[in-house]
Design a binder for this molecule. Structure first.
Ligand code: ZN
Length: 117
């Protein structure tokens, strides 16, 4: 079985809220609760905020995983769209141009991120 499988099993079993965009698993750092990122194929992870890092083994040997959650951009995007659509219905105003502008903004930042990697 792959390391990816073990890593995802660990997060599920410990009920740690994570999200997975291959090959990166984003989860709350067990030390500071900030966003930590793991490469699923190696399980090597590091925190974006504090100096903590390690692999799946170092997570497993840590006794108390955090119950915090990380910001989930895809869920947030969906929630924003639903909210705007509700407002659109309520006020009878077509807000789809606004949603398109939000999408454009997101894509702009996604492309910017990709070029920085
Ligand atoms: Zn941390």
């Amino acid at each position: 079985m792959s390391l990816e499988y073990f890593a995802l099993s660990y997060f599920k079993e410990k009920k740690i809220r994570y999200y997975y965009e291959k090959p990166i698993i984003t989860f709350p750092c067990p030390y500071c609760s900030s966003e930590a990122k793991m490469i699923s194929t190696t399980t090597i992870w590091h925190c974006g905020e504090c100096p903590e890092k390690g692999n799946l083994q170092t997570l497993i040997t840590r006794p108390d995983p955090t119950e915090d959650t990380v910001y989930h951009p895809l869920k947030e995007r969906k929630a924003i769209r639903q909210h705007v659509q509700r407002l659109s219905k309520k006020y009878g105003e077509d807000l789809s141009p606004l949603l398109e502008r939000i999408d454009q903004l997101i894509e702009y930042h996604q492309n910017k991120e990709k070029t920085q990697v």
